[in-house]
Design a binder for this molecule. Structure first.
Ligand code: CAA
Length: 245
């Protein structure tokens, strides 16, 4: 396995079919520096390409999922540097993954940390999780999807409140507003997330991939185009061997 410095990877689950990625920069609350994201992108791509892996989990530690983009790394960036380098471009590797990615969030998921969780397909949270988009406190705005994905999760008014105040919301509020699908005791979060990944892993990998693509269309296109996409995928599943009652 590749040697990583900012993440740890493992293969878990009774059938060893769940790829687990733990963000591991504990001293910086898992701030998402570029080297971390390069490693994360590689780990996600490798699990995506591995036929033994059914689903991927991204997690952090009890204190932090991730406290955002690395402020120390980016504080001297210029507009021209960001534009030339395509700052945060590595993040697209996560959204290009064909397999389900589940975020298991304990502790802080702030700024880019919240945005990383929202790039995943399902968010499970531990009771002490805290979500927020505090970029406004440091004179910028969310830059990895927060202004676009958060309203799709929670609606305009709540998203505006979160982005314009920088206030944090706790796990139960996040569940109520639809940002996370379930909340668990801190020490049960990872095992429950693995159970979810294993459950998904009992299904046809081809159908899982198509179902994920179809749900994602709801975020990316008009209702009419999304419905057309769904129908054509639905019809297409009848050409696979896995349609059965
Ligand atoms: N980037 C770099 N380092 C960070 C960091 C970040 N986003 N968040 C925390 N750290 C570092 C701190 O600098 C500190 O390092 P030192 O010990 O070397 O000083 C260490 O992690 C521990 O942090 P604190 O001492 O601050 O811990 P705390 O428990 O007192 O506070 C916190 C926790 C409320 C999360 C606080 O750390 C905080 O507010 N962090 C910044 C959150 C933030 O603003 N995130 C948005 C970043 S911008 C962004 O993400 C842009 C985008 O959309 C892509």
């Amino acid at each position: 396995a590749p040697a990583y410095e900012n993440i740890k990877i493992d293969v878990v689950g009774a059938k060893k079919n769940v790829g687990l990625i733990q963000l591991h920069r504990p001293k910086a609350l898992n701030a998402l520096c570029k080297p971390l994201f390069v490693e994360l992108g590689k780990a996600v791509n490798d699990f995506d390409a591995d036929n033994n892996i059914a689903a991927i989990i991204i997690t952090g530690n009890e204190k932090a999922f991730a406290a955002g983009a690395d402020i120390k790394e980016m504080q001297n960036n210029t507009y021209s540097h960001n534009t030339k380098e395509g700052f945060l471009r590595e993040w697209e590797d996560i959204s290009n993954c064909g397999k389900p990615i589940i975020a298991a969030v304990n502790g802080f998921a702030l700024g880019g940390g919240c945005e990383l969780a929202m790039l995943c397909d399902i968010i499970y949270a531990g009771e002490k999780a805290k979500f927020g988009q505090p970029e406004i406190n440091i004179g910028t705005i969310p830059g990895a999807g927060g202004t676009q994905r958060l309203p799709r999760y929670v609606g305009k008014s709540k998203a505006m409140e979160i982005v314009l105040t920088g206030n944090f919301i706790d796990a139960h509020e996040a569940e109520k507003m639809g940002l996370v699908s379930r909340v668990f005791p801190v020490d049960k979060l990872l095992e429950e997330t693995i159970k979810l990944a294993e459950r998904i892993g009992t299904h046809s990998p081809l159908i899982v991939k198509l179902a994920k693509q179809s749900v994602n269309q709801a975020y990316e296109t008009s209702l009419r185009a999304g419905l057309q996409f769904e129908k054509s995928v639905f019809y297409g599943t009848f050409a696979t061997v896995s349609v059965s009652i």
